[in-house]
Ligand binder design. Structure first.
Ligand code: HEM
Length: 444
């Protein structure tokens, strides 16, 4: 049968307006609804169109086949926020930069970071007062920011600067999905929101520029991501990266690390607190593995249930959309995709698919993990992506979340603070909690 140029539209399309209204009306369920029985569907947001892959094998192929697919609108929107870092590029510049950064994220490096992660976690949760409510989502964001800044950039910033960093990253994350699917010009209009955003980004640039200058003045004292960036040669010119390029690489690493890890950890804590049996199992495991001591690197592999809670959290609370662009004409599921077309996949839709997961919206830590006894196809579970763009920070993120969750469970009994009205899921490229007010009580 010849290739077809017809691709069925995703549900919710209105002629002329496409899927924009459906996305605006119910953003959180929009991508889940796009997963129909069709392996590939067409999604249209005004002038922007996208082929969305529904079949795990297609999702896998789009991620690994870099001869056919390069970065698309999502990464262009992301990179545009940071001055086009090499790590967000396609082809040889990306490969070069990935190779440069890899040692910073190796298991050996992460083993060395574990002490910092444990120290920061213990110090933070050790300051909590019995019976006094804490804004756990903000505590977690601050914790992750402190860990990432110390591990990757050997720096400690003031509380106010960390908050600035966090808020800027949060604003970028919220803008990412609209930037991907709406015409680019909207983000540059001089609206109050855009102006506030630009001011925050400029403040943040000044902080990073200062850090780079300090490091240049005293080189050779650290082996971290910043020193790797200072040693990097530009793949085209062979010259060292200039400060603007280093800032751009620094910012995207911070972004990649902060929102993802802190949002996922907040969800993991939330799911544990609203499922008391899960919290109890976490506590039992933390007691028997940690035995009142710190969460050292060698003990982490024994925190099997803690890891399952994290894996299940990453399944249920993943990003809405990633996109790639076809570098040449290609056929996917019998549909002829022209060169230059945008092709996407939604971790959110795939991870909540009823044909892949029983009762998909139920939080059940026993269903995920390498030993869950299921035989899911490749491309059905990919919280860190796969192929040449697989997350560089996976091991650091998993270690941070495991240490934090186990340390928390070992020390505190937790419940949602009384008087909390409603905790909801907020629409973003990575949906997050509206708030997480918790009431801690000591376990012993
Ligand atoms: C729970 C936490 C995290 C999750 C769920 C996550 C998820 C992902 C995913 C899905 C991708 C692939 C994107 C794509 O295929 O287009 C990715 C890429 C990436 N992540 Fe993470 N990430 C997390 C934490 C981190 C951390 C802590 C870092 C550290 C800086 C990091 C750095 C990166 C980088 C540099 C890439 C781009 C890799 C490349 O294109 O070669 N991530 N991440």
């Amino acid at each position: 049968m010849p290739d077809s140029t017809y691709c069925p539209p995703a549900p919710g399309r209105i002629s002329l307006l496409g899927h924009g209204p459906a996305l605006l009306r119910r953003p959180l369920s929009f991508f889940e609804a796009t997963r129909t029985a069709d392996p590939l569907v067409r999604v249209e947001f005004g002038p922007v169109g996208l082929f969305l892959a529904n079949e795990p094998a297609l999702v896998h192929r789009i991620q690994v086949d870099i001869d056919t697919f390069e970065r698309g609108r999502f990464f262009e929107a992301l990179a545009g926020n940071f001055g086009n870092p090499l790590i967000a590029a396609s082809g040889p510049p990306h490969r070069h930069q990935r190779r440069t950064l890899k040692p910073t994220f190796s298991r050996r490096s992460v083993r060395a970071y574990t002490e910092v992660i444990t120290d920061e976690t213990e110090a933070r949760i050790g300051r909590w007062q019995p019976g006094r409510a804490v804004a756990a989502d903000q505590e977690i964001s601050d914790l992750v920011a402190a860990v990432v800044l110390r591990c990757l950039f050997s720096t400690e910033l003031s509380h106010a600067t960390v908050r600035d960093v966090r808020e800027t990253m949060y604003a970028i994350s919220r803008r990412l999905l609209p930037q991907t699917i709406l015409p680019a010009v909207l983000g540059t209009l001089p609206t109050p929101g855009n102006r506030r955003f630009t001011a925050a980004v400029n403040r943040f640039h000044a902080t990073v520029d200062h850090l780079i200058r300090e490091r240049r003045a005293a080189p050779g004292q650290h082996h971290d991501a910043l020193s790797a960036l200072l040693d990097t040669r530009h793949p085209d010119t062979g010259a060292p990266l200039d400060d603007v390029q280093i800032r751009s690489e620094f910012l995207i690493l911070l972004f990649a690390a902060l929102e993802t890890t802190s949002t996922s950890l907040s969800w993991a804590v939330f799911e544990s607190v609203v499922h008391p049996k899960v919290l109890r199992r976490l506590q039992d495991e933390a007691d028997s593995v940690l035995q009142g001591g710190p969460a050292t690197y060698d003990r982490l592999t024994d925190l099997v249930f803690t890891r399952k809670v994290i894996d299940e959290t990453l399944r249920l609370h993943g990003p809405m959309l990633f996109t790639r662009r076809a570098k040449r004409p290609v056929t996917l599921a019998g549909v002829a995709i022209p060169k230059g077309a945008e092709v996407g996949y939604s971790p959110r839709a795939m991870h909540r698919a009823a044909d892949l997961y029983e009762a998909p919206s139920v939080f059940d830590p026993d269903r995920t993990g390498p030993d869950d006894g299921t035989d899911r196809p490749r491309g059905a579970y990919f919280p860190f992506g796969t192929g040449p763009h697989r997350c560089l920070g996976e091991h650091l993120a998993l270690t941070t979340m495991t240490v934090a969750l186990a340390s928390l469970a070992a020390r505190w009994d937790l419940r949602i603070a009384p008087g909390t009205r409603r905790i909801s899921e907020v629409n973003s490229s990575l949906p997050h909690l509206s708030s997480l007010p918790l009431l801690p009580t000591p376990r012993i």
